[in-house]
Design a binder for this molecule. Structure first.
Ligand code: CP
Ligand code: NVA
Length: 296
């Protein structure tokens, strides 16, 4: 199976992967070298710190050999079509994980190969981030019944988060400026699992929430729109004043990298209830669980 969208996992599989991530984190030795002798590819068309390093180390700790592949060398879609790149790489690898600009590169490639294909972030989704984020929430409170508010751009991170959270029984609230909401398919699929609301009023959405989450206003590949976006998102910055409207034991989340002074203030990121670096850590544990689920 592939993991192109978090929706590729059913709710039970998602719960299983989150549970496995917790067990792998608590007892890494129990899974050490369990995938020894196999190889995976980590293919990047965009920059990365967390995804690249956490996935590489996760693979190593499971005994896998991982090959980091930079698109500067491959020229996906330019030197060679995605389908052919996939058909070649599956002759060497047991799993291929890619970070791409255009989600259709993933679907085109995945349609031609038999090995599992994993989305490490596209313009549509960031499923591995959402799985690590649910692990981070589950470490602090039961997922079911939690109220999660996402403030800001309805981007790749938001699409996966909204869907994964709803699948896990979380009540989802989104506050985005008109025209920047999460993609309709993600909202519709999420609404099949539980309550999802969308507003353009961040204060209303944050009031009483258990988790407040934001991500950058300008994602990789949208740099030309940065000025327009800064104007559109004025009033959607997460600062400590907005966060105070959330429940008393709420925590703040951000997938990172953060743009201080845009979607989040520096003091919000450094707030005692900010868990952003725990999220980053859990990318490693949760990727191990994803690999075990797909290859184990
Ligand atoms: N959160 C995340 O995916 O970070 P990177 O872009 O650094 O991989
Ligand atoms: N939405 C951001 C997430 C980075 C991890 C981007 O796509 O650039």
């Amino acid at each position: 199976m592939n993991l192109l969208s978090v929706g590729d996992l059913g709710p039970d599989q998602l719960a299983g992967v989150i549970d496995l991530a917790a067990r792998v984190k608590a007892d890494p030795g129990s899974v050490a070298d369990t995938l020894k002798g196999r190889s995976i590819g980590l293919f990047f068309m965009k920059q990365s710190v967390r995804t690249w390093v956490s996935c590489d180390v996760a693979a190593m700790e499971l005994g896998l050999h991982s090959v980091s592949i930079r698109n500067e060398e491959v020229g996906l879609g330019k030197r060679e079509p995605p389908e052919d790149v996939g058909r070649v790489l599956e002759r060497y690898l047991d799993l291929l994980a890619l970070r791409v600009f255009d989600h259709t590169d993933l679907t085109r490639l995945a349609g031609q190969v038999r090995i599992p294909v994993v989305n490490l972030l596209s313009d549509r989704e960031h499923p591995c981030q959402a799985i690590g984020d649910l692990q981070t929430i589950a470490e602090r409170r039961p997922l079911r019944g939690t109220v999660l508010t996402y403030v800001g751009d309805g981007n790749n991170v938001a699409n996966s988060l909204v869907l994964a959270a709803a699948m896990a029984g979380i009540e989802v609230r989104v506050a985005s400026p008109p025209g920047y909401e999460p993609m309709p398919e993600a909202l519709a699929m999420a609404a099949e699992h539980g309550p999802v609301s969308v507003t353009s009023d961040p204060r209303q959405a944050v009031a009483g929430a258990d988790v407040v989450y934001t991500d950058v206003w300008t994602s990789m590949g949208q740099e030309d729109e940065a000025l327009d976006r800064q104007r559109a998102f004025a009033g959607f910055q997460v600062d400590t004043e907005l966060f105070e409207l959330a429940s008393a034991d709420a925590f703040f989340m951000h997938c990172l990298p953060a743009h201080r002074g845009e979607e989040v203030t520096a003091d919000m990121l450094e707030h005692p209830r900010s868990v952003v670096f725990d999220q980053a850590e859990n990318r490693k544990h949760s990727f191990k669980a994803i690999l075990l689920h797909l290859l184990g």
